[in-house]
Design a protein around this ligand. Structure first.
Ligand SMILES: NC(=O)c1ccc[n+]([C@@H]2O[C@H](COP(=O)([O-])OP(=O)(O)OC[C@H]3O[C@@H](n4cnc5c(N)ncnc54)[C@H](O)[C@@H]3O)[C@@H](O)[C@H]2O)c1
Length: 262
């Protein structure tokens, strides 16, 4: 427990469970009141709300679709009405559980436009108060690694189809948009940064990422490790707090040293 977020109000999308829930709890442990936004998994937010309230902080659980700009506007109005202000938005909602079945249109609507919609809903408040931090959760999937040996096709296999890789592409788009938003919003002291988690052992990862890929990524990581959701929270806390007061437009990779940025 600390006080780096004392008096601040944070919104974390996709925080009913998984890594988002860990972000919400860590921000609360440093003094923030937190709004948890989620859609189909909103019932799981009860535990997160209870954990935050047990720390003596206020928590709000809101069912809303990040893909719906109107719902995001309503969400931001409710947060201000109930918690008084907004200081930080963590755009964490994404199609992770559904990444094997989602279409390009769904990835675009949730992973990318969800981040745009939630940001547009919150920015007018940050603009007015001339401060704020937006943290966009990207992924190291934005930078594909050559994982030779995981899937070896037999010599006589048919030519593969080429298709838009919706998950990775939308995570890549988030990095571009983060830089664009940082330039547009910096004039009012609104900071925008991106975070790329590596393989993090959330329930979604355990459900959908094949063990062979987890093992291979662990092998090629400098620290020979995957991450737990709690391992991601320090980076987000840093970007949310005044510790990063002069940092904007940046992308922080936290992946046990699997992908080295140049
Ligand atoms: N787990 C990993 O290894 C990993 C790695 C890199 C990046 N990420 C990213 O981190 C974030 C969290 O990952 P996770 O592993 O906890 O996955 P997760 O699927 O458990 O978390 C995403 C949350 O977003 C919610 N959500 C989905 N669609 C929504 C919508 N339309 N509106 C509101 N909420 C919605 C889900 O209900 C879920 O609770 C995701 O953006 C994911 O892409 C995860």
């Amino acid at each position: 427990m600390g006080d780096r977020m004392e008096g601040k109000v944070c919104i974390v999308t996709g925080a009913a469970q998984g890594i988002g829930a860990a972000y919400a709890c860590r921000l609360a442990s440093e003094g923030a009141d937190v709004a948890i936004v989620d859609l189909t998994r909103i019932d799981q937010a009860r535990e997160v709300v209870a954990a935050i309230e047990a720390m003596g902080r206020r928590a709000l659980s809101l069912k809303a679709d990040v893909a719906d700009p109107g719902a995001m506007g309503e969400m931001a109005r409710t947060v201000v009405a109930e918690l008084g202000r907004i200081d930080c938005l963590v755009n964490n909602a994404g199609l992770m559980f559904d990444q094997l079945t989602a279409t390009w249109e769904q990835f675009l609507a949730v992973n990318f436009m969800g981040m745009v919609n939630a940001s547009n809903a919150v920015v007018p408040y940050l603009w007015e108060q001339r401060s704020g931090s937006i943290i966009n959760i990207s992924s190291t999937a934005a930078f594909p690694l050559p994982l030779s040996g995981v899937f070896t096709a037999p010599e006589d296999a048919p030519a593969p189809s080429v298709f838009p890789h919706g998950y990775g592409l939308t995570k890549w788009m988030i990095i571009f948009q983060t830089r664009e938003m940082a330039r547009t919003l910096g004039v009012r002291n609104i900071r925008v940064n991106a975070v790329c988690p590596g393989v993090t052992m959330s329930p979604a990862t355990k459900a959908v990422v094949p063990q062979a890929i987890v093992d291979r990524l662990t092998e090629v990581s400098a620290l020979r490790s995957t991450l737990e959701p709690e391992d991601m929270t320090g980076v987000v806390l840093f970007l949310a707090s005044d510790d990063s007061a002069k940092m904007t437009g940046q992308t922080l990779v936290n992946d046990a040293g699997t992908w080295f940025t140049g």
